[in-house]
Ligand binder design. Structure first.
Ligand code: ADP
Ligand code: MG
Length: 246
C-alpha cells in the first residue's frame, strides 16, 4: 500500500490587513498529486490564501512548508519559493512587450539559469500541447483571453513547480473560451500535478477535485470529498453558498 506524501503544509495561518482578519486559523495538508478546490463567497479570503502560499503576501503567524521546508517568513528568498509554487491569475499577467516564447522562457533562463535552447525547446513542447505552437512569435495583445490564459499556464509549468495555484483563471473569459482553459487544467490533474484551484465553476470543481475546501470568513468550514460537499454539505453556510449556483 502506498502512503501519500504530504507536499504542502499550512499550520495555523493568520493573515490580517490592519484590523481586518482575513485568514483566521488555517491548517491544511496537501498531498503530492492531490487536486484541492477552494470555494467560498466573494471576500472570504481565497485569493489571500493563495497569495500567502506563494509569498506574495506575508503572514502574521503560522507556518507554511513545502516538501518539509519552511517557506513562510522568508521574504528575501521568495523568488526561490515562486519557482516551486507556480501561480496563474485571473488577469494573465503576461508581459505585453514580449512575444509568447519570451514570456514563457524568461523565468527558466533568468531565474533558473537554464540554457536558452533547452528552455525554448520545452516551451515549444508545452505550447504544442495546449494547441498554441503557432502563436510562439505573437504578442499577448494578438491573443484571445483563452489563449492568453493557456500561455500563462504554460509559463508557470515551464518552471517545473512542485505545486500549481490557480486563482479564478476563467473568471474574466468569454463563456466559449472557458472550456479550453479548464480542459488544460483537467489534463494536468490527470497527469498527477499537485494543484490548488479557486473557482466558481462548480461543475468543473466537482469533476476535477479530489477534495473540496469551503472557506467562509477566513475559516475552513468544510473539507470533504466533492461528492460529500456537493450532495450533502454538512453546514448551513455551505448549503446557502451552493444554493446560489442552482
Ligand atoms: P476572495 O478572493 O475570497 O474574494 P480576498 O482574499 O481577495 O477574497 O479578500 C479577502 C478580504 O481581504 C476582503 O475583505 C478584501 O477586501 C480584503 N483584502 C484583500 N486584499 C487586501 C489588501 N491588499 N488590503 C486590504 N484588504 C485586502
Ligand atoms: Mg479572489
Amino acid at each position: 500500500m502506498s502512503v501519500k506524501e504530504g507536499i504542502l503544509t499550512l499550520e495555523h495561518i493568520k493573515k490580517s490587513y490592519d484590523s481586518l482578519e482575513v485568514l483566521k486559523d488555517i491548517s491544511l495538508t496537501v498531498s503530492k498529486g492531490e487536486v484541492v478546490v477552494i470555494v467560498g463567497p466573494s471576500g472570504c479570503g481565497k485569493s489571500t490564501l493563495l497569495r500567502c502560499i506563494n509569498g506574495l503576501e506575508a503572514i502574521q503567524s503560522g507556518k507554511i512548508s513545502l516538501k518539509g521546508e519552511v517557506i513562510s517568513g522568508r521574504q528575501k528568498d521568495m523568488h526561490l519559493v515562486r519557482q516551486k509554487v507556480g501561480m496563474v491569475f485571473q488577469s494573465y499577467e503576461l508581459f505585453p512587450h514580449m512575444n509568447i516564447l519570451d514570456n514563457i522562457t524568461l523565468g527558466p533562463i533568468k531565474a533558473q539559469r537554464r540554457s536558452k535552447g533547452e528552455a525554448e525547446e520545452e516551451a515549444r513542447k508545452l505550447l504544442e500541447r495546449v494547441g498554441l505552437l503557432d502563436k510562439m512569435n505573437a504578442f499577448p495583445r494578438q491573443l484571445s483571453g483563452g489563449q492568453k490564459q493557456r500561455v500563462a499556464i504554460v509559463r508557470a509549468l515551464c518552471m517545473h513547480p512542485e505545486v500549481m495555484l490557480f486563482d479564478e483563471v476563467t473568471a474574466a473569459l468569454d463563456p466559449e473560451m472557458v472550456r479550453e482553459v479548464l480542459d488544460v487544467m483537467l489534463e494536468l490533474a490527470r497527469e498527477g500535478s499537485t494543484m490548488l484551484i479557486v473557482t466558481h465553476e462548480m461543475q468543473f470543481a466537482r469533476a476535477i477535485a479530489d477534495r473540496v475546501i469551503f472557506l467562509d470568513k477566513g475559516e475552513i468550514v468544510e473539507d470533504s470529498t466533492p461528492a460529500e460537499f456537493f450532495e450533502n454539505p454538512r453546514t448551513e453556510r455551505a448549503r446557502k453558498f451552493l444554493n446560489v449556483f442552482e
